[in-house]
Design a protein around this ligand. Structure first.
Ligand code: TPP
Ligand code: MG
Length: 277
């Protein structure tokens, strides 16, 4: 177990480092939101949570993952490439003309289940998918990752109502609760708290975790559903820009591209943190 956790820690560092290089090379990207969700995607794809197979990306019974905070396509593509869904070298084409690695997730990429990025659509799509799986009597689950600012879109709450009414225990919504949106703090712009109580009032089973703690994430994501007959919401408390001190918890980090000196400093800092046990 300790060995597995060390592997996950290294994997998360590799994802963050490759992701930062991708943003630097492309001169585009969402640095803060990518780093914020890196541990969540690490655990989903490398912690044995998602039942997906790079050799059979269209396997009918695969779990479906929807990256609703689609502005963080760079993180999704980096994770998928490192997990073997397409060659890592292709990451250098991110956001270049004719590349399938577009700025918002594209279904041309293996295991990307929907085109997302217009905020507020991932949960409704995942709800429909989970309902279809339930009606078909198939075992797969629908996972969705939303931003917290994204929850200001009303479509999420329409989907939340239907999901509870339909008792979609095969639906898991993870909220990247970094408390920042594009222009500042969520609680200043359009407050979400009490967020857990809101989800509970909508009929969901809710748990709150440290979204950078692999043990906590694994504990909840490998014991699903949290409650029989209810969809699950996991509020993952995170830090936007996590892992790079001069990027962390700043609104300006939302889509600021690092300079070459900043990139090198960030890579060094990530390496140093990974060697400390
Ligand atoms: C419907 C819609 N409105 C506006 C945007 C522009 N936009 C991209 S990211 C973002 C902020 C998202 O904040 P949050 O959901 O908290 O994401 P994170 O903090 O994880 O980056 C906005 C407004 C969009 N992509 N879609
Ligand atoms: Mg946010």
């Amino acid at each position: 177990m300790a060995q597995d956790l060390l592997k996950l820690k290294r994997q998360a560092t590799d994802i963050r480092k490759r992701n930062l290089r991708l943003i630097f090379e492309a001169h585009h990207g969402h640095t803060g939101g990518d780093l914020s969700a890196a541990d969540i995607l690490t655990v989903l794809y490398f912690g044995g949570v998602l039942q997906v197979d790079p050799d059979h990306p269209k396997a009918p019974d695969r779990d479906r993952f929807f990256m609703s905070k689609g502005h963080c396509s760079g993180l999704l593509y980096t994770t998928l490439a490192l997990a073997g869904f397409f060659p890592e070298a292709e990451l250098s084409t991110y956001m270049q003309p004719l590349s399938r690695l577009s700025g918002h997730p594209s279904t041309h990429v293996p295991c990307v289940e929907a085109n997302t990025g217009a905020l507020g659509h991932g949960l409704p799509i995942a709800t429909g998918a989970a309902l279809a799986a339930k009606l078909d009597g198939t075992p797969w689950r629908a996972f969705v990752l939303t931003g917290d600012g994204e929850l200001q879109e009303g479509s999420n709450w329409e989907a939340a109502m239907i999901a509870a009414q339909q008792e979609l225990e095969n639906l898991i919504c993870i909220v990247d609760r970094n408390r920042l949106q594009m222009m500042g703090r969520t609680e200043r712009i359009s407050a979400l708290e009490p967020l857990a109580e809101k989800w509970r009032a909508f009929g969901w089973a809710v748990c709150e975790v440290d979204g950078h703690d692999h043990v906590e994430l694994l504990e909840h994501l490998t014991h699903l559903p949290v409650a029989k007959g209810k969809p699950t919401c996991i509020i993952a408390n995170t830090c936007k820009g996590r892992g790079v001190s001069f990027i962390e918890d700043r609104a300006a980090c939302h889509h600021r591209v690092p300079t070459e000196a900043e990139l090198n400093a960030a890579l060094e800092e990530l390496d140093a943190a990974c060697t400390i046990r």
